[in-house]
Design a protein around this ligand. Structure first.
Ligand SMILES: Nc1ncnc2c1ncn2[C@@H]1O[C@H](COP(=O)(O)OP(=O)(O)OP(=O)(O)O)[C@@H](O)[C@H]1O
Ligand SMILES: [Mg+2]
Length: 331
């Protein structure tokens, strides 16, 4: 478990990480998503003890780690592995040499290193490439080598800073699936920094949205994707905002534009047809989507309801009563 208590960081008088508190449970995959410059990399560098804190405290499994002396700090950092967008592999070493490096650093003998590297390469499905130079690998293969290297000393935590941003969508998926399967197999807490909602939806259990150094929203992926509260969350989740703006310009009295969020139960029910039959309302569909989050369908519809204020309120109350969350965008 990783606990952040009110951590902050300033650069040149600018607050880049602002009073962040967060608890990341054991064996979860936790996403941190935000726009460029939001402070994500700074936050993950603080979490991985590469960057000092201006305020606050960090705990790994209830043990305070942000104030350790040099030697204890480097021992503590062995509990974590990191992977990055640009892989950061040694081009002078081949695949075997890269994965062996962290084992050499901690003084393992040759036999142990050989055995461990071969286990790791098997885990990332690169056993046949052990003697390849790094330059002969694809991006996805390079990231697999980086994952194997990060896991060499059996860390408890894996930190990934935009680890799939340089990969195409198909390769991104396969790398994410690999990380998930490793977590399932060996147990690992994974923190993933990304600006891609697809990454969060593919792999994460929980997500926090970071904006201007602050956590503005967090929860399970299902909660945040299904029922976003902030504008920035909606921007990440939805491409519907431009459609809504167009729609809002044409709104007349006696109508309301609403975004409806359906959970996995309500998404399969004929809720709208019931509404139209039983209330004096007309409905225009402005946009809609069904997303799959952790294999569960979540629906989102932006609708324009036309009818009297009384009927509108009755209709919305009905929708809420059958488990649909209604967000009134304008009326
Ligand atoms: N070492 C540093 N010295 C001074 N300013 C820094 C330093 N590192 C980051 N910053 C500033 O802190 C802010 C947040 O940077 P950070 O790299 O954490 O953002 P990010 O969310 O990771 O962005 P991106 O998605 O582009 O990687 C930026 O304004 C950046 O210029
Ligand atoms: Mg960054």
């Amino acid at each position: 478990m990783i606990t952040l208590g009110n951590i902050s960081k300033n650069y040149n008088g600018l607050r880049v990480v602002d009073n962040v508190s967060l608890e990341i449970g054991e064996n979860v995959i936790y996403g941190l998503i935000g726009k460029s410059g939001a402070g994500k990399s700074t936050l993950i560098r603080m979490m991985s003890l590469l960057e000092s804190l201006d305020t606050g405290e960090i705990y790994y499994d209830n043990c305070r780690v942000d104030n350790l002396e040099r030697e204890k700090l480097s021992r503590c950092r062995r509990q974590l592995g990191m992977i990055f967008q640009h892989f950061n592999l040694f081009s002078s070493r081949n695949v075997f040499g890269n994965v062996a490096y962290p084992l050499e650093i901690v003084g393992k003998d040759k036999e142990t290193i050989k055995k461990r590297v071969s286990e790791l390469l098997k885990m990332v499905e690169l056993s046949d490439k052990f003697d390849y130079p790094i330059s002969k690998l694809s991006g996805g293969q390079k990231q697999r080598v980086a994952i194997a290297r990060a896991l060499a000393n059996h860390p408890k935590f894996l930190f990934c800073d935009e680890a799939t941003s340089a990969l195409d969508p198909q390769t991104t998926k396969s790398v994410l699936r690999l990380i998930k399967s490793i977590r399932d197999k060996i147990g690992l807490t994974v923190v993933i920094i990304t600006h891609q909602m697809e990454v969060v939806k593919e792999i994460c259990d929980y997500v926090s949205i970071i904006d201007n150094g602050k956590i503005v929203e967090n929860g399970t992926v299902k909660e945040v994707v299904g029922f976003p509260h902030t504008k920035i969350a909606r921007e990440f989740i939805s491409t519907l905002d431009t459609l809504e703006k167009n729609a809002l310009q044409t709104i007349t009295s006696g109508s309301a534009t609403c975004r409806l969020h359906f959970d996995s139960e309500s998404v399969t029910k004929p809720i709208l047809s019931y509404l139209i039959r039983n209330y004096q309302l007309d409905v225009n569909i402005l946009s809609g989507a069904i997303r799959t989050v952790n294999k569960e369908p979540l629906g989102e519809l932006v609708l324009k309801f036309i009818g009297s204020a009384t009927e509108l309120n009755r209709g919305i109350a009905h929708l809420e009563s059958v488990g649909v969350t209604v967000e009134v965008l304008d009326d």
